[in-house]
Design a protein around this ligand. Structure first.
Ligand SMILES: Cc1cc2nc3c(=O)[nH]c(=O)nc-3n(C[C@H](O)[C@H](O)[C@H](O)COP(=O)(O)O)c2cc1C
Length: 223
């Protein structure tokens, strides 16, 4: 299925429940091949991507869930995602979580249900595939911008080809088993993971359509 860019852009959303159906390896390869068209500073292409499916995916899920459930401390190779989250940014972070709890009917005070939902990150939300995106450890913000462009290119291609995904900073927080099982280059740091597959659109979690600021709150037009 080929859809127009505007359609792909408005259709795409973070998908947190999947059908029990793997994508064809040829389709996966086609999507990741096309994503290589993403532009980057000096054509440096600083991203490395490990796509994990099948038994390796299940092994990785078990290793990650064990770590998170045992309360292992998360670590970040780069500056944490929530750096600078004060004021409006903090409020948006909180309402992002609250919107999800509301969509699945979890009360704010139900800690247990919230923890289970949080743990779903490391179950890849039931997706049959997960990609881990890294860049060299000696790189910084400018290079991360390139990886961000790559990420959006990848996500739109998935929509274009009938797949769905969820980008996840959470998947960068327990790097040990990821480096081992997903064969991430030694001199790289993880930026995020992307769970992907066919969306289960019956799931409440996937009914969520996150709001955005208006254009005038983010863009200044000057004549
Ligand atoms: C870099 C990045 C990291 C993210 N990390 C997570 C995550 O760890 N877990 C999660 O459930 N969603 C994660 N998200 C999804 C965001 O919550 C989501 O993009 C945002 O709320 C907007 O919703 P939408 O993607 O459905 O439009 C992440 C998104 C991005 C771009």
């Amino acid at each position: 299925m080929i859809v127009q860019l505007t359609e792909a852009l408005t259709q795409r959303r973070s998908i947190r429940a999947y059908q029990d159906k793997a994508a064809e390896p040829e389709l996966i390869r086609e999507i990741f091949t096309l994503a290589q068209q993403a532009p980057s500073n000096c054509n440096s292409q600083p991203w490395h991507v490990s796509v994990v499916s099948g038994e390796a995916r299940d092994k990785l899920e078990a290793a990650l869930i064990e770590r998170v459930s045992n309360g292992q401390k998360p670590v970040s190779a780069f500056k944490p995602y929530d750096i600078g989250f004060v004021g409006d940014f903090k409020e948006r972070q909180i309402s992002c979580a609250v919107e999800l709890w509301n969509a699945v009917g979890i009360a704010r005070e139900d800690r247990e249900a919230r923890t289970e939902l949080f743990l779903d990150n490391w179950r890849f939300f039931g997706a049959p595939h997960v990609a881990f995106i890294s860049m060299p450890l000696n790189m910084g913000e400018g290079n991360a911008l390139d990886v961000g462009i790559y990420l959006q290119t990848l996500m739109l291609l998935m929509v274009d080809r009938g797949l769905a995904c969820c980008p996840q900073g959470a998947l960068a927080l327990y790097p040990e088993p990821v480096f081992e099982i997903a064969q991430v280059p030694d001199d790289h740091g993880l930026l995020c993971g992307v769970s992907f597959g066919y969306a289960d659109m019956e799931a409440d979690k996937n009914k969520l359509k996150m709001p955005r600021l208006s254009v005038d709150e983010c863009v200044t037009f000057i004549d």
